[in-house]
Ligand binder design. Structure first.
Ligand SMILES: [Zn+2]
Length: 458
């Protein structure tokens, strides 16, 4: 995810003579050849900053001072340099991680250590851990076997109901994927949109109503007080939790499975392949509007019709996969991703056909025509410098030739830009779900729920 903090910071030290003998906040000092580290501290202020401090007693001035911050699920710490003290003695090193420079989701726990370099030698101080939390609300918490639900609107009955639904959702996904969750999962329920979007951070799509962040094993959902008893709450929780369990099953540093598989499984396990989804897929097949699965491997379309159709097609494909190849093949497919294989390797191993072939038979199954392939196409020859010899085609300096095979028309629906046609689906009784993204190239992240009424129909 967005972990690229400019490491903006600050200043380091104020000489504090007289404090050398003070014990460091209940932590045993760590003695290095040139440094005595007292207990480091970290203080988080929601939406503002996280300030890390380290008191040190220096026998000589260091050449370099850095703070090493570990983010959840990251392969290594982020290193930020802080101006080095120019003299020896007791100093307080300080670094402020500014939230304005990069969003951090609430419920993120960071761990930091300080590293001082003296010539060729480095000395690393003790670690400090800090939880960045949304402190704006008086959260109520209910703890289950795995899930901890946190909410600030609604009564105890809501907490009980939500927790039971969530725990059952985890169990079902565990059974399906053949994995066992052992670490707690936190679920934060927001009651209004503005603070919910503050928590998710900038760049969040406006139709997002929920998000699962696997790196911090945390889900966020927007459920207003008047929706708490709605039936769709019973599907939102298992949907999001399925994403987290799916992530546990497929986690690897190389390749994440296609989105249609992830979303299709979340819908399949939470509501099944229902009549609404079947109707959408059938209608799209009749209209020639079915999107091939290979177009649904990344972000789903943002136009309203295609956004919903993407989910319907995804669950349709999962339903077809299970009916045709059986549940063991589905489990094998999902689990094979943990080895970092490609889509084709995973599909061939589990189903005996590659991903493209599976997409083709699924298209046939739903009665859709295979779409005309318009690309990729060779780039037109551009202008080249005078005297250029090795031109593959066209004369040097000539205008790029027209591309005769350019599509005569755009595929229906999306056209060029869809920005202006993005759905703004609020809390009007519509429910849907969207996977928001892959974090750090590894981790699933955003799973969004929008409300769509058709899902509320039993
Ligand atoms: Zn989803």
């Amino acid at each position: 995810m967005r972990r690229l903090f400019a490491g903006v910071v600050l200043w380091a030290m104020a000489a504090l003579p007289g404090l050398a003998a003070l014990p460091g906040l209940g932590v045993q000092p760590v003695l290095g050849a040139s440094t005595t580290f007292q207990g480091p501290t970290a203080k988080a202020s929601f939406g503002q900053s996280i300030v890390f401090e380290q008191r040190v007693d220096l026998r000589t001035s260091p050449d370099r001072v850095e703070v090493l911050i570990d983010f959840p699920a990251a392969i290594g710490p982020e290193v930020s340099e802080v101006p080095a003290p120019s003299g020896a003695g007791v100093q307080t090193l300080r670094f402020s991680l500014e939230l304005a420079d990069g969003h951090i989701s609430p419920n993120t726990r960071l761990r930091a250590r300080w590293r001082l370099t003296f010539g060729d030698a480095t000395e690393v101080g003790p670690a400090v851990s800090v939880l960045y939390a949304d402190t704006r609300f008086d959260w109520r918490t209910r703890v289950g076997d795995l899930v901890r639900i946190h909410w600030y609107e609604g009564d105890a009955a809501f907490g009980r109901r939500a927790l039971n639904i969530a725990e059952a959702g985890v169990k079902k996904a565990e059974d399906t994927f053949g994995v066992t969750e052992t670490e707690p999962i936190d679920f934060f329920v927001y009651a209004s949109q503005a603070p919910f979007y503050d928590a998710l951070g900038p760049g969040t799509r406006e139709n997002v109503g929920g998000q699962a962040q696997a790196d911090i094993r945390t889900m966020f959902a927007l459920i207003t007080p008047d929706q708490i008893d709605d039936a769709w709450v019973g599907t939102v929780l298992p949907h999001e939790l399925t994403h987290l369990v799916f992530n546990t099953a497929v986690r690897n540093p190389y390749h994440f499975p296609p989105r249609w598989l992830n979303e299709g499984l979340a819908v399949y396990l939470s509501v099944g392949y229902g009549v609404d989804d079947r109707a959408l897929v059938h209608g799209a097949a009749v209209d020639g509007a079915v999107m091939p699965l290979e177009s649904l491997t990344g972000q789903f379309p943002t136009s309203r019709d295609r956004f919903f159709l993407a989910y319907s097609e995804s669950v349709s494909a999962v339903d077809y996969l299970v009916r045709t190849y059986g549940r063991p093949a589905l489990v094998k497919l999902v689990r094979s991703y943990a080895d970092g294989v490609t889509d084709d390797e995973a599909f061939k191993s589990a189903l005996g056909v590659d991903a493209e072939a599976f997409g083709a038979v699924w298209l046939k199954e739903v009665g859709a025509d295979s779409p005309t392939r318009f690309g990729p196409q060779s780039a037109p020859a551009g202008p080249v410098p005078p005297g250029w010899i090795a031109e593959p085609s066209g004369a040097p300096g000539s205008a790029p030739p027209a591309v005769g095979s350019a599509p005569a028309s755009q595929p229906a629906g999306e056209g060029g830009g869809t920005t202006s046609s993005r759905p703004v689906v609020g809390i009007d009784g519509l429910l849907a779900a969207v996977l928001g993204g892959v974090a750090l190239g590894i981790v699933v992240v955003g799973v969004a729920l929008v409300l769509r009424s058709r899902r509320a129909t039993p």
